[in-house]
Design a protein around this ligand. Structure first.
Ligand SMILES: O=c1ccn([C@H]2C[C@H](O)[C@@H](CO)O2)c(=O)[nH]1
Ligand SMILES: [Zn+2]
Length: 143
């Protein structure tokens, strides 16, 4: 990708939704029966995805976004430009609060999310975020 998409219209949301729906099909959700798939466009143009992975110890459950962030790093890193998340019926989901925090750290400023009320930015869904910069001098240098 020569230039990052800067507007929602430059994003292939259909492709992202398809990738999220495919990932949803790989979810392990025997406890909630609520499979989730997430997909995102990365700065270099690749599309990554993740699904939720539940656990008999319910609180240990990994949201689809956790799986997606792991996939980001395991496939070469980069930052997230656009993100979408769907449930088992293909309905668009807003990431839970914990996952908004998780995504923030790996998002370009202004990362776009598809929501039921339209396209939002990460700043809109996680205002005044706590992030690496909040740590200031306490932050160790990036590896
Ligand atoms: O942002 C979210 C919110 C929920 N879930 C999963 C966790 C759990 O397995 C199921 C029901 O909460 O949905 C996600 O994957 N992402
Ligand atoms: Zn979550």
């Amino acid at each position: 990708m020569s230039e990052l998409p800067s507007a929602s219209g430059e994003i292939d949301w259909g492709r992202l939704r398809d990738a999220a729906a495919e990932a949803m099909g790989k979810a392990y959700a025997p406890y909630s029966n609520f499979p989730v798939g997430a997909a995102a466009l990365v700065t270099d143009g690749r599309v990554i995805a993740g699904c939720n992975v539940e656990n008999a110890s319910y609180g240990v459950t990994l949201c689809a976004e956790c799986s997606l962030v792991s996939a980001l790093h395991m496939s070469g890193g980069g930052q997230l430009v656009a993100f979408t998340c769907v449930d088992g019926h293909g309905n668009i989901l807003m990431p839970c609060g914990r996952c908004r925090q998780l995504l923030f750290e790996h998002a370009v400023p202004g990362m776009m999310l598809e929501t039921v009320s339209g396209i939002r930015t990460i700043d809109e869904v996680l205002p005044d975020a706590f992030g690496p910069r909040t740590l200031g001098e306490y932050r160790s240098e990036p590896q």
